[in-house]
Structure formats: structure tokens, C-alpha cells
Design a protein around this ligand. Structure first.
Ligand SMILES: Cc1cc2nc3c(=O)[nH]c(=O)nc-3n(C[C@H](O)[C@H](O)[C@H](O)COP(=O)(O)OP(=O)(O)OC[C@H]3O[C@@H](n4cnc5c(N)ncnc54)[C@H](O)[C@@H]3O)c2cc1C
Length: 302
């Protein structure tokens, strides 16, 4: 991928192309170096144009709201794509069915569903990600997950081919979906159930309150660091960490939240290497003390 060619393309494409862009302000940890190329397409047309020219010549990472990622300190030697304004629309298809662009925030989606008397999206009110990130992670809370309301996903592969896949043909698991990494979700169709918006609002408020009691807020974190090892034990990962690791452990400014042991926090200026040292330390201790191999929930971008 020649930077000179990309700079030329930047002059004509419908979207923003930035070279050597810092990624710090694009993720909740507020950590990371730069992206060689940062591309924010405004439309599907410009996304296809970029993919056709460059996807076979360099690596690509799709970024949503950056609430579940840990960037490296070194420059990402490829393109970070963050979908722009044409991917932020929500449309009501019938009284229980909605189609949403994947750049829509989950919070906005839950508000839209409530305002239209559709239940099933309440859990999204307490997840800070986008619809795209929610699909990739099969995100969820309070026993609800994306898979419960997904009808179909519209996506594009790196060759620029657009497809629609019915959700019933996709295998979902706890915080994962069986689809290759070289696809970009464009929009998704969801089906909920009719319900009075006041009742929906009450459920949303209850969920938000419960989450605020259990998890830290207004800090630099990417949420749950590790997945709950549901196939190995009934114990929650925060319990395993709490009983295996001294809670005041730190690597530089990378620390463990006092409120929730599975939330790792950038106290001020943590480097990615600090956070990775903390992750490896916790992983090693839990394996030594409990015999359980933890799997990362957050996605490393390197
Ligand atoms: C305070 C806090 C609380 C949280 N609480 C919860 C919770 O209760 N439940 C829960 O499940 N998670 C929770 N999370 C984690 C996170 O918010 C979710 O995983 C969220 O759905 C990620 O969305 P995102 O847009 O931020 O994705 P990102 O972090 O930007 O990316 C995550 C993954 O999704 C992929 N991705 C993003 N958009 C697209 C797209 N359009 N096409 C293809 N791939 C894409 C990325 O490539 C990456 O692999 C929490 C995080 C924080 C910081």
C-alpha cells in the first residue's frame, strides 16, 4: 500500500482519510499509538471504492466505538476503518421490526425501540458500543444478547461484495459470532415485541441502576477484560481474579478497578505495554491458583 496513492485518493473520496492518525481518542482505554491510515467512509460507495483498491494490499481493522479494544503502542501498519454518517440511520420496517446502520450506538438504538414501543432492546441501554461491535461480540447483559433479536445482518467482504445473512444461519456463542474477521457489518435487522414504552423505560432504568452499582463508571476502561470461563466453572471471572491477584497490583498506570476485578483501568497515562503486562500477570496468577485458562474478551489491535 503506497501512502502517496492513498493521499491522492483522499482528495476525491467521499469520507475522511487521515495518515498517521493517533488512535488514543478513538477508544475507551484512551491508549495506543497511531494508525498508518484512518479511513472514515461517508457512504457504501466510498467504502467499496477503498476496499477494491487497497484491501488486498494491506491489513484492515474495523473500529466501532472502541469500547472493547486495546490498541498497541506501535503504529498500526494498515488501515483502521470507522464507519461514518451514512451508516448511522435507524428505520422502522413494521411495528416490531427495525433496521439500523452499524455505526448507530446501542444506547440510541435502545431509545429508538422504546420510543416506538418495541421491547427486546432494553439491555443495549447499558452497553457503550455500536451496533457493529455488538454484533461482532454478541454483546449482552442481564441474560439478553444480540442473537436474541437479530433477524439478519447485511455485510460487505473485503473484495467489496455485499451480502445479507439470516441470523438463523449464523452460529453465536457467548461473546462471539462465527463469521470471518474480514467482513464489515453494514446494517442489521432486528425484531422485538410490542410493549408500552413506559414499561420499557422502567426496565432500562433498572438495568442501568444495577450496572452502576456493580461496575465502575466515568473511568478509562474497556469493560470486561476476560470472558467468564462458563465451560470450566460456575464462578464469575471477577471472583477468580479477586481471589488470585492482590487488588493493589499495578503496571505503570494500568490498574484493576476496585469496584469490579474484571474491569482494568487506565488511571492516567498507561501504555498498551502496561495494560498487556497486567493482563498477562492476572492470566498467569488465575491459572496457577485456580487451574483455569482465561480467554480475553477485549480485542487486541496490533
Ligand atoms: C464501561 C463498559 C461497560 C461495558 N459493558 C458491557 C456489557 O454489559 N456487555 C457486553 O457485552 N459488553 C460490554 N462492554 C464491552 C463493549 O461495550 C461491547 O463489546 C460493545 O458491543 C463493543 O462495541 P464497539 O462498537 O465499542 O466495538 P469496538 O470496541 O470498536 O470493536 C469490538 C469488535 O467489534 C468489531 N467491529 C466493530 N464494528 C464492526 C463492524 N461494523 N463490522 C465488523 N466488525 C466490527 C471490531 O473489529 C472488534 O473486533 C462494556 C464496555 C465498557 C467500556
Amino acid at each position: 500500500m503506497k501512502i502517496e496513492d492513498i493521499k491522492k485518493l483522499a482528495l476525491s473520496i467521499d469520507g475522511d482519510i487521515l495518515i498517521d492518525q493517533s488512535v488514543k481518542n478513538f477508544n475507551w482505554f484512551n491508549i495506543g499509538g497511531k494508525a498508518k491510515v484512518f479511513f472514515k467512509p461517508n457512504s457504501l460507495k466510498s467504502l467499496i471504492e477503498y476496499l477494491k483498491l487497497y484491501a488486498s494490499r494491506g491489513k484492515i481493522f474495523i473500529l466501532g466505538n472502541g469500547s472493547n479494544v486495546l490498541f498497541d503502542d506501535a503504529t498500526y501498519q494498515g488501515t483502521i476503518i470507522k464507519l461514518g454518517k451514512n451508516f448511522s440511520k435507524i428505520t422502522l420496517l413494521d411495528k416490531e421490526t427495525v433496521i439500523a446502520g452499524t455505526a448507530v450506538s446501542q444506547k440510541k438504538m435502545s431509545e429508538f425501540a422504546k420510543d416506538n414501543n418495541i421491547s427486546g432492546f432494553e439491555f443495549m441501554s447499558c452497553i457503550p458500543g455500536s451496533i457493529g461491535g455488538g454484533i461482532r461480540m454478541n454483546s449482552g447483559c442481564f441474560k439478553n444478547e444480540f442473537k436474541d433479536i437479530l433477524v439478519s445482518i447485511q455485510l460487505i467482504d473485503f473484495k467489496g461484495v455485499v451480502k445479507s445473512i439470516p441470523a438463523k444461519k449464523i452460529k453465536f456463542d457467548y461473546r462471539s459470532i462465527e463469521l470471518p474477521n474480514d467482513v464489515i457489518f453494514l446494517s442489521a435487522t432486528f425484531k422485538g415485541k410490542e410493549k408500552n414504552s413506559l414499561e420499557i423505560k422502567k426496565t432500562m432504568n433498572d438495568m442501568i441502576r444495577k450496572k452502576e452499582l456493580a461496575q465502575p463508571t466515568k473511568i478509562k476502561t474497556s469493560g470486561s477484560t476476560f470472558k467468564n470461563p462458563i465451560k470450566q466453572t460456575k464462578q464469575k471471572v471477577w471472583e477468580l481474579i479477586k481471589s488470585s491477584v492482590p487488588k493493589e497490583i499495578n503496571y505503570g498506570d494500568a490498574i484493576i478497578s476496585e469496584k469490579h476485578a474484571n474491569f482494568f483501568v487506565n488511571k492516567k497515562d498507561a501504555k498498551s505495554s502496561d495494560m498487556k503486562s497486567l493482563i498477562n500477570f492476572v492470566k498467569k496468577k488465575v491459572e496457577e491458583k485456580k487451574g483455569i485458562k482465561l480467554e480475553l474478551e477485549i480485542v487486541l489491535v496490533e
